[in-house]
Every structure is written in structure tokens, then in C-alpha cells.
Design a binder for this molecule. Structure first.
Ligand code: PBG
Length: 311
């Protein structure tokens, strides 16, 4: 009876798996703070994506971990950069049977770990950064990404990227905008996954949102939609269910939510201590994110969920 009348049903096809690919390795490397998640080699990435497709997962979002970083994050748009190489290979292997999303940012590629290009005073220069994002978007689309996902929270990024993609003939490449992205404490394990440390103990409060604000999210979402976003995202997920719900009410576009690394790792750590039931809490949290209004959930639990009997 409970199943018959349940209001919310989570399905494998709601989920997108975040995947990391690291340059120069030949076997997958575990990430200590993200149990069960690895930095993939090109070969293990191919196998993982094939497995996910077989399990019914419809999308992956790719993060590159380059062998070398520089001031301007040039690996983010180099056609020979690790994410572009991986995208080209995956697109040749899976065609259109898996939606290939590319996280579009430079923090994995910059020596200072910021999401943009720094000016002389060490602050992120918004407009200089847009040029780099445009080049990265075109490089990712050239390589075969179906969706580019700008995550750097620069003002005007969606409009600039849309124009650059269109000018390069990529009118069919979609933009999933990290629209409402908070300066959260929950990204710690992710930064281990991509080997990012912000130099000088800096933070991202200059461009990511203050978690005391919800109306600000609606403004960010509205701006991204006006600039051409195809999917809007709220991130993190469980701490921002109210924001997901308000964004859902404010737009007819698909709404995505990112259940981030810290949200995942807290469940893993508590379960490893025997303090909570892993499967029950993972299921409860992902379902809550959908109940709040997300159509698409980015989650490190994607494979686990797909392997459940109810997946
Ligand atoms: C930025 C980016 C981050 C995440 C996704 N894209 C990190 C950040 O903003 O510091 C975090 C995802 C997670 O914690 O799982 N490229």
C-alpha cells in the first residue's frame, strides 16, 4: 500500500554520476575522503561508463585531474587536456547512449586553485575568466560533450558560453548551469579528488553564494535562464532543499541538484562507524532531493543506487 500511494519515486534515470579522470595513471587511484570513488585512468573510465550505461544511468559528469597546473588553467581548454581526451574517447565509445556532461571550470587546472584567472592583486578577474571558460566550452564540445556545465559562478558565464558555442557551430550543445552554488563547507572531499588546494588559505566567497541567502539563488537562476541555460542547478542538495523547492516553483526548466562530496562522505563515515544505516540514509537523502523538486540528481551514489533491486 505504501508503494502504491508513494508520491515520490526515485529512478536510476534521474541520476548523473560524477567521474574523475586523472592524467598519466594506468590504474584507478582511490580517494581517501570519498570511499568507493576513484580517480580513473582512461581505460578504467571507459569501463565505468560502459557499466553505468548497462545499469541504466543516463548521464555522467566528467572532471579532469591534469598532471600539471598553471596560472591560467590552460589544461581546461587544451584539446590535448585530459578531460578533452577522455570526452573524445567516451563519445566514440558510447555515442548518444549516455549523456556526456563536462564540468566547466578552471580550478582543477590552476596552480592557485581558484575558479578563475587572478588579477594583479590576487582577486579573480571575472571578465578575463569568461574568455577562458568560452575556450573551454568550445574545446569540450569539439571533443564530444553533449552538455557543458559551468561551475565557476562568474557573472555572465552562461551568456558568454552560449555565444561562444553558437559561434563555433555547437548550437546543439546544452548548458547545465551551476546557478545557485553556495560557498559550502561540504566540498572538502571533492578538492582531494581533484588535488586542489586554494593557495594562501583563500576561499571562494568572492564568487560563490552566502548560505544565509535564498532569494539570491532565485536571482542567479533567473539571470542564467535569461542568458540561455537549458538546465539550472542547486548545489549542495540536502542542505538546500528549500532552495531546490523555490527554484522548482520559479522555472519550467529541468532542475538539477548536486548531492556533493561532503554529503556523500558524511554518510559513508557515519555508516563505517556503525552509527547509521548506509542504505537507508542514502535512499532517504536522494529521495528527499527529488521530493523537493529536482529532476536530475548528481550523486556519487549513482552506481550504488542503480545496483539496488529497486534501482
Ligand atoms: C568546481 C566544482 C566544485 C565541485 C564541483 N565543481 C568545487 C568547488 O566549487 O570548490 C564540488 C563537488 C563536490 O563537492 O562533490 N569546479
Amino acid at each position: 500500500m505504501r508503494d502504491l500511494v508513494a508520491e515520490t519515486r526515485l529512478h536510476t534515470s534521474d541520476l548523473v554520476a560524477p567521474l574523475f579522470v586523472r592524467e598519466g595513471i594506468t590504474s584507478p587511484q582511490p580517494i581517501a575522503s570519498l570511499p568507493g570513488v576513484v580517480q580513473h585512468s582512461l581505460d578504467s573510465l571507459s569501463r565505468e561508463v560502459a557499466d553505468l550505461a548497462r545499469l541504466g544511468v543516463r548521464g555522467v559528469i566528467l572532471f579532469g585531474v591534469p598532471a600539471t597546473k598553471d596560472e591560467t588553467g590552460s589544461g581546461a581548454h587544451d584539446p590535448a587536456g585530459i578531460a578533452q581526451v577522455a570526452l573524445a574517447r567516451l563519445r566514440a565509445e558510447v555515442g548518444d547512449s549516455m549523456v556526456l556532461m563536462a564540468d566547466l571550470c578552471v580550478d582543477e587546472y590552476t596552480s592557485h586553485g581558484h575558479c578563475g584567472i587572478l588579477d594583479a592583486t590576487g582577486d579573480v578577474d571575472n571578465d578575463l575568466t569568461l574568455d577562458v571558460y568560452c575556450r573551454a566550452a568550445v574545446a569540450q564540445a569539439d571533443a564530444g560533450a553533449h552538455v557543458v556545465a559551468p561551475s565557476g559562478m562568474m557573472d555572465g558565464q552562461v551568456g558568454a558560453i552560449r555565444a561562444a558555442l553558437d559561434a563555433a557551430g555547437h548550437t546543439g550543445t546544452a548548458i547545465m548551469a551551476y546557478s545557485a552554488k553556495y560557498a559550502s563547507g561540504l566540498y572538502g572531499p571533492f578538492r582531494d579528488a581533484v588535488d586542489v588546494q586554494i593557495t594562501g588559505g583563500g576561499d571562494r566567497k568572492g564568487y560563490q553564494q552566502d548560505w544565509r541567502n535564498a532569494r539570491e539563488s532565485l536571482r542567479e537562476v533567473r539571470e542564467d535562464i535569461e542568458q540561455g541555460a537549458d538546465i539550472v542547478m542547486v548545489k549542495p542538495a540536502v542542505t538546500y532543499l528549500d532552495v531546490i523547492s523555490q527554484v522548482r516553483a520559479a522555472t519550467d526548466l529541468p532542475v538539477a541538484a548536486y548531492h556533493v562530496s561532503g554529503e556523500y562522505s558524511m554518510i559513508k563515515a557515519a555508516a563505517a562507524n556503525g552509527w547509521i544505516d548506509h542504505d537507508a540514509v542514502a535512499m532517504e537523502q536522494l529521495t528527499a532531493v527529488k521530493r523537493a523538486g529536482a529532476d536530475i540528481i548528481l550523486t556519487y551514489f549513482a552506481r550504488w543506487f542503480a545496483e539496488q533491486p529497486t534501482g
